[in-house]
Design a protein around this ligand. Structure first.
Ligand SMILES: O=C(O)CCC(=O)C(=O)O
Ligand SMILES: [Fe+2]
Length: 595
């Protein structure tokens, strides 16, 4: 769950061996660095001598400095934290301010962390370790971390990811035992454990348990000392969970192996301003903390053995809850599609846009609901984004198209639609469903969902072009494309999606990725893309070029953008939130200065 590790500054870890502040600081470099070449010439030897002296000076400097950056062991592996958890309270960061307004009753009253060895039983931990090993053994990253997301089935294989559930579906005829990968008993233990952890978090942080929802981030992790192959393998970078998955409120970790016994290195470290705080993983131990920047952390690189853990993320925002997305939105959408299809048949509607929207939603909705039989809703990483896009954009458009049409329908005709006596009832989607889901799913959520896609790209280091085509492929991987859904992907994004994600990526200051998304948007332009959006795509492309110092490229795109006739301001494309205006205006000014 981290994105920017490779370009973070070099990290040193100050370590005290005991539970309290010590005076001896051992400075250990954790940087992944290539081996030094052998120096042959005298000149080189002199140079390396000088380098060494500078390194020693730097060490002395760090050693004197490290009295200020102490390291405290919050929970050691030798300890047994049974009766009372170890707790630490920290000041809440501002990361929750927005949620505080939206969900006052479930905003954390206090922020902090706790560690306990008595949340789950030993048999439960043993069972989950077997489940983790069984699941993870189907994959295996070529780098240091293998992830298996239990809810989506996403599993690291070599430098790629596959959907394990689809894999099983395809191979089960040959390999009967795979069907039994997760038995009912396994899932039952998994659910019990998740609920126990949720309850503890609720008690500890004073949040009603019923308002803590599981997110789709839950994953088994196996960390080893293997050299990283892709960005996602670098698990030892500092990060803030909430910055990567915005909706997160609490992060919990269940450790399924023990520091010092099953592996070395691999301690969990909070990077506090004055001192680092360390948790040594222990079999059956649960650590939980508020996910904002008050709890920035990293995992030390494992030096030997294998480290197993189960990460479970919680949100207070029901829209990002697994259950909400699975049950509410999808079933609501299904009802809307049924009503609409009935209406389209009975009315012989000629509006091709309406048909296209319905067909597209129908196919995506039925894929998701078909998976329901296996309890695996929303299995593709783009599912959530696409569902929210349908709710925020497509269904709103359907409603608008129908509104326009309704005005031309007589009362008699209205009654005929679906056999209902008044048109509000007949067009269920028009009255209740669309309005309510549209009220719930706003452009803000759509932007968050787009942000979710960006986090996914960064966390798993995915190739943008492949993902835009609905395929999951790592940026750095070579060879055959590994997909989660056969060769023909139903998840291909359209010009608007790529534009929206491109804009969010731009706001994230990732200009090269933003350019890629916007170029994908250009490749996907069709008759449904409005001129305003096309002009804005070119505008953003121009800003991307400008940010990368490519002045002539910036000017070229700016001219292209200006060449498109912009309609009056009420036609400003959807999802152009007012917050975007300021930076874009600023950039526009910068660009104008160049002309
Ligand atoms: O496994 C751990 O201890 C922490 C992993 C982590 O921080 C993450 O995946 O965000
Ligand atoms: Fe994390």
């Amino acid at each position: 769950m981290s994105s920017d590790g490779l370009n973070r500054r070099k990290r040193t870890v100050n370590r005290n061996g005991d539970t309290n502040e010590g005076n001896v600081c051992r400075v250990v470099s954790r940087e992944v660095s290539p081996e030094r070449p052998q120096n042959q010439s005298i000149m080189k030897r002199v140079m390396s001598g000088m380098t060494l002296s500078m390194a020693i000076l730097a060490m002395v400097y760090y050693t004197t400095q490290c009295n200020d950056t102490k390291e405290l062991v919050m929970a050691s592996a030798n300890q047994s934290i049974k009766d009372f958890p170890i707790r630490r309270q920290v000041m809440c960061s501002q990361d929750y301010d927005e949620e505080r307004v939206r969900f006052p009753s479930c905003t954390p009253q206090r922020c902090g962390r706790f560690v306990s060895d008595s949340v789950i039983t030993e048999p439960e931990a043993k069972h989950l370790l077997l489940v983790a090993k069984r699941g993870l053994s189907l994959g295996g990253s070529s780098g240091g971390v293998t992830r298996l997301n239990v809810d989506t089935g996403l599993l690291s294989i070599a430098t790629n990811f596959v959907n394990i559930y689809k894999l099983i579906e395809r191979t089960q005829r040959m390999d009967e035992h795979l069907k039994e990968l997760f038995t009912e008993k396994d899932l039952q233990v998994y659910r019990t454990v998740k609920n126990k952890i949720r309850k503890r978090i609720a008690i500890h942080f004073g949040v009603p348990s019923a308002q803590l929802y599981f997110t789709r981030t839950s994953s088994f992790l196996r960390m080893t000392s293997k050299r990283p192959q892709i960005k996602a393998d670098v698990y030892w970078r500092r990060h803030v969970d909430k910055r990567e998955v915005k909706c997160l409120r609490f992060t919990s970790l269940l450790y399924l192996s023990t520091y010092g016994a099953d592996f070395s290195g691999g301690r969990f470290i909070f990077t506090d301003e004055m001192s680092n705080q360390t948790i040594e993983p222990k079999f059956g131990r649960v650590a939980a903390f508020t996910s904002g920047s008050e709890n920035e952390h990293f995992v030390e690189r494992v030096t030997s053995g294998a480290r197993y853990s189960l990460l479970i993320g919680f949100t207070s925002d029901p829209k990002f809850a697994v259950k909400y997305l699975q049950v509410n939105l999808l079933t609501q959408e299904k009802a809307m599609i049924e009503s609409l299809s009935e209406y389209l048949v009975s009315e012989d509607v000629l509006n091709s846009r309406l048909r296209r929207l319905t067909d597209n939603s129908l196919s995506l909705n039925s894929i998701a609901l078909k998976d329901d039989t296996e309890g695996l809703l929303l299995g593709h990483p783009l599912d959530v984004y696409l569902l929210i896009r349908r709710m925020a954009i497509d269904w709103k458009e359907v409603k608008d198209l129908l509104r326009t049409k309704d005005q031309r329908l007589s009362d008699v005709q209205m009654r005929q639609i679906g056999g209902h006596s008044n048109h509000t009832n007949a067009l269920k989607f028009d009255s209740q469903c669309v309005s309510s889901s549209h009220e719930i799913i706003t452009n803000k959520e759509l932007k968050d969902a787009a942000y979710g896609v960006i986090s996914l790209i960064n966390t798993y280091d995915l190739d943008i072009k492949s993902l835009a085509n609905g395929f999951i492929r790592s940026k750095t991987s070579s060879g055959a494309e590994v997909t989660s859904n056969g060769n023909q992907s139903k998840y291909a994004l359209n010009a608007f999606d790529c534009y929206l994600i491109g804009k969010q990526t731009f706001d994230n200051k990732e200009y090269s990725d933003a350019k890629q998304w916007l170029t994908e948007a250009i490749d996907r332009l069709d008759d449904m893309t409005s001129d305003e959006i096309i002009a804005d795509i070119f505008n953003y492309l121009s800003f991307c070029e400008l940010k990368s110092g490519k002045i002539s490229g910036a000017q070229k795109y700016k001219r292209l953008s200006a060449a498109i006739k912009i309609k009056p301001p009420n036609m400003i494309p959807i999802a152009m939130g007012s917050t975007d205006v300021v930076p874009v205006m600023k950039l526009a000014l910068e660009l104008d200065c160049l002309n």
